[in-house]
Ligand binder design. Structure first.
Ligand code: WT7
Length: 658
């Protein structure tokens, strides 16, 4: 056996491809005909996929496209929660497991069948209605990874109230911004959650956030940890007090296909996050179809585990809507990968016989660092397919994943998509497409992609450029909540008639696609999307800070890491010894304003920032500095001395990382 390094070398050198095995191909859901059918008439193909859902009123139109607005299946009506639950129960699948839920504390687990889920969602839907939630009302959900998160989402969908799930790691300030932007009048939260063996509070953040949100009528609180919480009579209601006593059946209403299903906030290039909103029929079609074909799902036998948080779009599409629409069994895990040992994931896979694992490169790189002995200690032979999402996967991590987790046989699908796209857009199809370590390969059937130069001209094979989407797709965002102008400006103004994704991409000599990372001021930290402006905004909100410039520097584990260059209001007045204290304070400040995931890896205090003559901060140059690259041309700097000074400061603080 060759070691992993040699194997990587060999593969990279050979530029090896993995061809689908005959065994896999013979059983695969997708075939080459899938591509042909979709290519010959994409709209008809999507309509055929949409018909696998249960419609109360069948649609007669497929696509109305008035750039940048698309409507899919618009005269059809359906209910998302019925498609995810009721129809499976009605077809005799009630006893089938929907979720094997695994809590972070050992032996804290629940198995939920489709019939159980129907009862829980029905009760929650009644409870929301009894609190006054009506069709169209936005409901903010701020929960840990517990079954109630899924139940709350589906209960909202059932009564036509769009949910806005806010990642439990976000701070009170981020929470209030999002509640206000969506004008949500109801919040569903928990007393707290478990994180690395500790209890982390959630309700106090909601209490703090709601000081700024006077229009929130009710807060529904799940008791998860049993910790003390403060209580506002009349506003706060315990979940168990109001949900558990409700009737166990609930008659669902049908909604038009374009009824809003949810809002999900994500970082753009400015300091304020944007509310990406998705509607019902197209989104469900896109998520269920991609789930079925990309993961080759066999509902009778597969156990899917999307190891992501429900607070991000990956969780929405591939823990909740896609898998449930397809009636499959999923694993849902509350905690961190090292809770209870560095083999926690592998124990879960062994115990539940997980067949399909979907995770992010940052997790894979962390497991690589922890060593092969952890997965090797477990029987992972149930796995038959591996997926990757969230950031470019480096070939080394891809091969390690396939070799050490996938026993050298599992196809690895690297899937490119975004909060905005709703579902997977670029990916191999297992059993059909060859795979190459590090490449997302080809557009999903029915999806049209191009790589263009600055003028919007398609680049030839072997060249790089900007990724664009050239036709509407069913899961596409329908807008930015309350901001039509920003919607047009962000995605549709760069190139006429094309959606600008914000990513760089390369088409190799064989025409296969490689994603190269963001080309705008959006950073990708462990698969979490953050804007440089957001972190700068948080930093300048601190009383000591005059100016801040933030860059995403490449990082071996997290993909990118945040490096901040900060000038102080009273520069020169921080004594040597106080500097470390202030830096720590600034990091915590960012953690409090946004989220701990936004804490800069490194903060450099500097008397000045490099700017162009027109006064723009030279971010690209700072990135070179942060990545310890040579500085290149600095002639346009107002003061080249600033750069070498920052460079010296960086060298001095090279070991500050923690
Ligand atoms: C950005 C979208 C997709 C759900 C999770 C992230 C990057 C995503 C890949 C991939 C290279 C990727 C892009 C994209 N990205 N998947 N397979 N290869 N880059 O959703 O938070 O909306 O972020 O993540 O830069 O634009 P998101």
């Amino acid at each position: 056996m060759t070691g992993p390094d040699e194997a990587v070398e060999a593969l990279l050198h050979e530029q090896r491809q993995f061809r689908p095995s005959k065994e896999f191909s013979d059983q695969a859901n997708a075939t080459t005909k899938t591509y042909e059918d979709a290519a010959s008439d994409p709209e008809a193909w999507w309509a055929e996929q949409a018909r696998t859902l249960e419609w109360d009123t069948p649609f007669t139109t497929t696509l109305e496209w008035d750039l940048p607005h698309a409507k899919w299946f618009s005269d059809g009506t359906l209910n998302a929660s019925v498609n995810c639950i009721d129809r499976h129960v009605a077809s005799g699948q009630g006893d089938k497991v929907a979720f094997h839920w695994v809590g972070e504390p050992e032996n804290d687990r629940v198995t939920i069948t489709y019939a159980d889920l129907l009862v829980r969602v029905s009760q929650a839907a009644h409870a929301l209605e009894s609190l006054g939630v009506q069709e169209g009302d936005r409901v903010a959900i701020y929960l840990p990874m517990i079954p109630e998160a899924v139940v709350a989402m589906l209960a909202c969908a059932r009564i036509g109230a769009p949910h806005s799930v806010i990642f439990g790691g976000f701070s009170a300030e981020a929470l209030s911004d999002r509640i206000l932007d969506a004008d949500a009048r109801f919040v569903i939260t928990a007393d707290g959650g478990f994180r690395r063996g500790e209890i982390s509070p959630l309700k106090p953040a909601v209490d703090e956030a709601l000081k700024k949100c006077p229009d929130v009528h009710h807060v529904l609180v799940v008791q998860r940890t049993g910790q003390e919480v403060s209580w506002k009579e009349g506003r706060d209601v315990w979940w168990h007090d109001i949900v558990d006593s409700q009737e166990t059946t609930h008659s669902p209403k049908s909604f038009p296909a374009e009824h809003p299903l949810y809002i999900m906030y994500t970082s753009g290039t400015t300091a304020s996050p944007k509310g990406i909103f998705h509607t019902t029929g197209g989104y469900l079609t896109h998520t269920s179809t991609t789930h079925r074909l990309v993961f080759d799902v066999k509902p009778k036998t597969d156990v899917c585990w999307t190891a992501a948080d429900i607070g991000w779009v990956t969780g929405h599409s591939y823990i909740v809507y896609g898998p449930l629409a397809n009636g499959v069994t999923s694993v849902m895990y509350e905690g961190t990968p090292d809770a209870g040992g560095r083999d926690r994931w592998w124990r879960i896979i062994e115990e539940y016989g997980v067949t399909i694992l979907y995770t992010a490169p940052t997790a894979i790189r962390t497991f690589m660092k922890w060593g092969e002995e952890h997965p090797q200690a477990h029987d992972l032979s149930s796995l038959r397919l591996l997926g990757s999402v969230g950031e470019p996967i480096n070939p080394e991590a891809w091969i390690w994943y396939r070799t050490h987790i996938g026993s050298d046989t599992c196809p690895v699908v690297d899937t490119w998509w975004q909060t905005e796209t709703g579902g997977i857009m670029i990916t191999p199809l297992p059993g059909v497409t060859a795979t190459k370590p590090g490449a997302a390969m080809v557009p999903f059937p029915g999806i049209s992609v191009d790589v263009v130069d600055n003028e919007g001209h398609s680049v030839p094979d072997g060249h790089g450029g900007l990724l664009v989407l050239t036709r509407p797709w069913p899961g596409m965002l329908r807008g930015i909540w309350g901001d039509e102008e920003r919607f047009r400006e962000t995605y549709w103004s760069r190139f006429e008639g094309m959606y600008f994704a914000g990513d760089g991409a390369k088409r190799d000599e064989e025409g296969d696609l490689w994603l190269l990372g963001r080309v705008d001021d959006v950073m990708n930290i462990s698969g979490h999307r953050l804007s440089t402006a957001e972190v700068e905004h948080a930093l300048v909100g601190h009383p000591s800070v005059a100016e801040a410039a933030v860059v995403g520097a490449s990082d071996d584990t997290t993909g990118q890491a945040i490096v901040a260059f900060v000038t102080l209001k009273m520069s020169g007045e921080v004594a040597q010894g106080d500097e470390a204290g202030l830096i720590q304070e600034l990091r915590n400040h960012v953690g409090e304003v946004i989220s701990p995931i936004a804490k800069p890896r490194q903060i450099i205090l500097t008397p000045d920032l490099p700017k162009t003559r027109s006064g723009k901060i030279m971010r690209r140059l700072l990135r070179d500095v942060a990545e310890h690259r040579s500085l290149g041309d600095v002639t346009t700097l107002t003061d080249p001395a600033v750069v070498s000074m920052i460079d010296d400061l960086m060298a001095e603080h090279a070991n500050d990382d923690d």
